[in-house]
Each structure stands twice: as C-alpha cells, then as structure tokens.
Write a protein that binds this ligand. Structure first.
Ligand code: KIV
Ligand code: ZN
Length: 519
C-alpha cells in the first residue's frame, strides 16, 4: 500500500523571498490558480504581517483557490492575528507559525535579557512563545502548523522538547526545517527517526520537512526524510527560495513517481501541469531556468550525442526514465498564425494554464494579431510571454507610451521616452554609452529614480530571425532589488519595458519592505 505525501508549495512565500523575485498581488493570484491546477495540497501564500501587499495577496488567494491556504506568522500575537484576518475567507485556512530553536537562533535573535539570561532560560521562553502562538492560532483555525526554525542545527533533546510542547498546545502539523541547508541525507533522516521515537503523540500529527539547498541536498534530504517517516514535503517550483533555494517540487514529485519501486508513496500532483507551472513562475519572477535543470530545463529531454540519439530512436527507454509528456513538455511547438481565430487562441491559452474572461480575451486577441503581423508563426513560448506581459502590465503606475532611439556607428546614442506616470504624460530624452543606457537614463529623468542595474539579460523567446526578444533585468532602487521583464520583436523596446516593470515592482512593494521583518 502506497502512502500519500502531502505537497506543501511555498513558491509564493519562501520562493518569493529570493532576492529580486518579489511578485505583485496579481501575479501571485495567477500562480496560485496554476498551483491549484497542478493539484498541490497546500499553498503557502505569504507572510501577512510583513507588508500590506503580502496581506492582500494572502487574502485574495484565500478567496480564489479551493485548496488549503497557509499564512506564515512568527510566534507573536500580532503576526498570528494578521494571518487569521488574511485567511478569514479561506475555504481551508492554515496558520503556520515558527520560531528559531537552534542555539544560533536563540542566542542571536533572543539576545535581550528579557528573554532570559542563560541559554536554558531563553529556551524556556522560546518554548513558551511557541506554545502561546499555537494556542492563539488554534483559537482562530483548526489547522495549525508549527516550524522549529533551524531544526537541522538544533540539539535533538531540545528539538524533541519543543515539538512535544507544540503538539500538546494543539499543532496539527510539525515542520522540521533544515533552514540553512546544512544537514546530510542520513543525518536528516536520523532527526526524523529520533523525533518519531522520542515525542509522545507524534503519530497524531503530520510530520513535515522543509529543506534548503545550500549544499545542493534539499531534494535528497526531503526524500530521506519521507523514507524515515515524514509525510509532508515543503518545496517550491523550480526550487526557488532564500539563498540557494528550496527543494524543487518537480524533482520531488517526479522522483516519487518514477522511483515507486523504492519509494512506496504517491502525491496527488497532476504532473502534466509541471511544465506550465515552471514556465509561469519563471516568467513572473524573472528567474530563468537553467538549461540543464532536472525535469523542467530546456535540455532535460534533449539528446545531443549520436550514440544517445541512435539509442533513443531504437528504444526511448535507453536514455529516458520519463517521457516529456509526463511533465507536460509539449511535443510540437508551432501553434498559431495570423489566420488563427479567437477560439483557437482561447483553447491554446487554456492548455497553457491561462483562463480568461471574454473581455480579457478580446484584449489579448488584439495583441496576438499585432504580434502575428510582425511574426508569422506564434509558438507556445510567444503566447506565454504575451500572457505574462498582459498580467504584469495591468494597473501599473508607469506605462511606456512611446520610445524613439537614435543609434549609429558615428552618433551618440540618444533615447526619447514618453511615459504615462500615474495617468499623467511625461516626456524626457537622454544620451548614453549605448542605446540601452540612453533609454534607462531617459526613464530615470522622467521618473526621478536612480538605479543600479544588477543584471541584464536578453534572450530570444523562440528560434528564428523573427523571434521576439525577451529582456530580464534586476535593478537596485533605494536598496531594494527588484526584477522586470519585457518582450518585443524590438529588443530596445523590450529593454525599456523590462526596466519600467522593475520600477513598477519597486512601487508595488514600496509601502513596507517585505523581507526586512525582524524575526
Ligand atoms: O527555512 C525555514 O526555516 C523557513 C521557516 C519559516 C519554515 O522558511
Ligand atoms: Zn525556508
């Protein structure tokens, strides 16, 4: 009999904590819808107390998707109350509260004497804070998860003690995070076994793990943990997350599916939605998936050498342990052209994970026709870009209305922009070291911002001369790193759009710095 592994997706919380990945509420809701189609069990939607945008995202996601929605909260009364408010309309709300339990965390975060003078006293306070938080959370919702942050480096007797207290206080899921990605698979499995042996009542709760990838072991540690008795895995699409990221959802789910002979488990994930979800998360976060990334990288199913190609032609199983279709990688890429109708476009967008109202469809169809005028064949990747652009560009404070660039071997690059800034027109020009620099300077003049460009990448959306150019940019504005993405058949226009989108992301998250909450 196979046992179920609960898939807890934290792309929208831990994943979004990757520097420069901050998403708008609209982008998060769209990703949450796709996660629901992927059939994850739990969506961690954000950290409501940390900013109004985080609060609103959790609230909207809770109202939109019919799966369990978790909200993160430190073990503090105000955090728990904010999480409960944000989840008020959720069909299945979960409050996820956490506190640091390793000596590093306790001595670092609770250094103040009001938490106790000795490590022993401070541990006592931390345990009590956890108990209070769980009891408060239980007064709002029945489903409460407790995480012992940095459990991977927490002395085992204290870990068992706080887990025991958390269960007695009413936690229904106990999460064991390897917050710093420090442990090795056999060591992490031992922690899980130890807790199962030492903690009374642990069989009544769901034991969960949350592994970071600092040593590249997040997936291996998660799999070792489920073999040792964990039944929930926390993970993210494309493995994004703090620092080196989290365990990648697609790798865990496919390892369980492909290696059923050694892993007697199953998940409810619809693996054929993996590729769509990966592409959507990459588009919205601006984190390009490396070509050799397992499961979803461009080369994951490409066979280059003659020997491999020959083997594949004779029998796919020679070099393939799963088929591209199992994870939703499309077989054929050409889809539509300028004579394709609205229905054809709508049907293809639904297959790619986008559901549209008739009004939105009218708008996207016009943009599709404009693109089809410039480009004969429209590929799936073009449609994903178009949709990404559509979702990202609505309700933005800064809008590009016109761009003119003069460039040549003998002239100084000059750019003129006309923007709409909060509905008022504004025109500026500037010269620069190159055309892109001139565009960014003209935009800076118009908006009054000064930025540092941290990363700038151009890639073609598809192959061929007519391909659209996609620009990914990361900029630092007032010490905050934000990303932007722009698409056009003209890469200078794509650059301007990407830069403006980064500034729009900055404005969206400006109210309260999202990730600077003291923990
Ligand atoms: O890595 C971590 O410990 C976390 C907790 C908040 C679960 O993200
Ligand atoms: Zn984490």
């Amino acid at each position: 009999m196979k046992e179920k592994i609960i898939i807890f997706d934290t792309t929208l919380r831990d994943g979004e904590q990757s520097p420069g990945a901050a998403l708008t509420v609209k982008e998060k809701v769209e990703i949450a819808r796709q996660l629901a189609r992927l059939r994850v069990d739990v969506i961690e939607a954000g950290f409501p107390v940390s900013s109004p945008a985080q609060f609103e995202a959790v609230q909207q996601i809770a109202e939109t998707v019919p799966v369990t929605v978790a909200a993160l909260a430190r073990a503090r009364a105000a955090d728990i109350a904010a999480a409960a408010r944000a989840l008020a309309n959720a069909a299945q709300p979960r409050i996820h509260t956490f506190i640091g339990t390793s000596d590093f965390h306790i001595l670092g975060k609770f250094a103040d004497a009001r938490y106790g003078r000795t490590l022993k006293e401070k541990r006592h306070t931390v345990r009590q804070m956890a108990v209070d938080a769980i009891q408060q959370a239980r007064s709002y919702v029945a489903d409460v998860e407790f995480s012992a942050e940095d459990a991977g480096r927490t002395p085992l007797p204290f870990l068992a003690e706080i887990v025991q207290a958390a269960i007695e206080a009413g936690a229904t899921t106990i999460n064991i995070p390897d917050t710093t990605g420090y442990t090795l698979p056999d060591e992490f499995a031992e922690i899980i076994r130890y807790l199962r042996e030492q903690v009374k009542g642990i069989e009544q709760v769901v034991l969960s793990v949350h592994c970071h990838d600092d040593l590249g072991l997040a997936v291996a540690n998660s799999l070792a943990a489920i073999q040792a008795g964990a039944r929930q895995v926390e993970c993210t699409i494309n493995g994004i997350g703090e620092r080196a990221g989290n365990a990648s959802l697609e790798e865990i789910v496919m390892a369980i599916k492909v290696r059923g002979n050694r892993l007697p488990f199953y998940t409810d994930v619809n693996t054929q939605e993996i590729y769509n979800t990966s592409r959507m998360v990459s588009t919205f976060t601006g984190f390009v998936v490396q070509p050799n990334k397992a499961i979803v990288g461009r080369n994951a199913f490409a066979h280059e050498s003659g020997i491999h190609q020959d083997g594949m032609l004779k029998n796919r199983n020679t070099y393939e342990i799963m088929h591209p279709a199992d994870v939703g990688v499309p077989e054929s890429r050409i889809v539509l052209g300028r004579h394709s109708g609205r229905h054809g476009l709508k049907a293809r967008l639904i297959q790619l994970g986008y559901e549209l109202s008739e009004k939105d469809l009218d708008h996207i169809y016009q943009r599709f026709l404009e693109l089809a005028d410039r480009k004969k064949e429209i590929y799936d990747e073009d449609l994903r870009s178009l949709m990404g652009d559509e979702i990202q560009s609505t309700a933005q404070a800064l809008v590009l209305e016109r761009l003119q660039v003069v460039v040549g071997t003998d002239s100084i690059p000059t750019a003129s922009v006309r923007l709409k800034i909060a509905d008022a027109p504004c025109e500026e020009s500037a010269t620069g070291d190159g055309p892109v620099d001139a565009i960014f300077k003209a935009i800076d003049r118009a908006t009054g911002y000064s930025t540092e460009v941290v990363d700038y990448q151009v890639r073609s959306v598809t192959a061929g001369r007519q391909a659209q150019g996609e620009v990914f940019i990361r900029v630092r504005v007032q010490q905050q790193e934000v990303h932007g993405r722009g698409v056009s058949t003209d890469i200078l226009e794509a650059s301007a759009r990407a830069y403006l989108q980064a500034l729009n992301h900055f404005l969206h998250h400006q109210q309260v710095p999202t990730h600077s909450v003291e923990v």
